[in-house]
Design a protein around this ligand. Structure first.
Ligand SMILES: Cc1cc2nc3c(=O)[nH]c(=O)nc-3n(C[C@H](O)[C@H](O)[C@H](O)COP(=O)(O)OP(=O)(O)OC[C@H]3O[C@@H](n4cnc5c(N)ncnc54)[C@H](O)[C@@H]3O)c2cc1C
Length: 157
């Protein structure tokens, strides 16, 4: 997407699921797009709705670890640094309950998260899995390391 200082064809206000998809669709059709977000990218769905509340409905005490693509080297190479990987894990065991992905190649990266949920993997399992460098899946690794406050390329949140 365009930098805010550049001229744009489309300006989308709000970086929730609706705004993000609208911006992506416009960009895919060749428009120069600006996406303006007031608070946290991901809107209600990623931050307070959908997966966080579904995880709480299971009765699990959850711990969230997230890592921004702005700290991922491959995202810098691609110049697509918006977005993040977020792991929603069972607080004690670190079992992965859900994964939020917003950013470059999210639909490819989600397969690792789906496998983790399917197999009952923990954040430590993901952290001990080899991830090539520099790649986008390293953001998943970093979020997993962040579960124990040990992200390599930056502070996970
Ligand atoms: C508890 C709960 C559980 C849910 N569970 C599910 C579920 O399981 N499955 C499902 O499909 N849906 C679920 N939803 C609904 C889903 O979260 C919403 O449908 C979805 O978030 C709507 O997306 P949106 O982009 O339209 O709006 P929002 O997610 O609200 O995003 C709007 C964005 O615009 C930004 N914004 C607002 N004003 C401005 C401004 N002036 N300038 C710049 N930015 C601005 C906001 O900060 C926000 O990021 C749930 C909702 C809740 C509350």
């Amino acid at each position: 997407m365009s930098q805010p200082s550049e001229r744009a064809d489309v300006a989308v206000i709000g970086g929730g699921p609706g705004g993000y998809v609208a911006a992506l669709c416009a960009a895919q059709r060749g428009a120069r797009v600006i996406l303006v977000e007031k608070e946290r990218v991901g809107g209600t769905c990623l931050n307070i709705g959908c997966i966080p509340t579904k995880a709480l409905e299971t009765g699990a005490e959850v711990k969230v670890s997230q890592f921004p693509f702005s700290a991922n080297p491959r995202a810098h190479i691609l110049r697509e640094m918006d977005g993040m990987v977020r792991l929603v894990c069972e607080a004690g065991s670190g079992r992965v309950l859900g994964v939020h992905l917003l950013g470059p190649r999210a639909s490819d990266l989600v397969a690792e998260g789906a496998l983790a949920v399917q197999l009952g993997a923990t954040a430590d399992d993901l952290a001990w899995t080899t991830h090539a460098h520099p790649t986008l899946p390293e953001a998943m690794l970093e979020a997993a390391l962040g579960f124990r406050g040990a992200a390599i390329h930056g502070q996970s949140r």
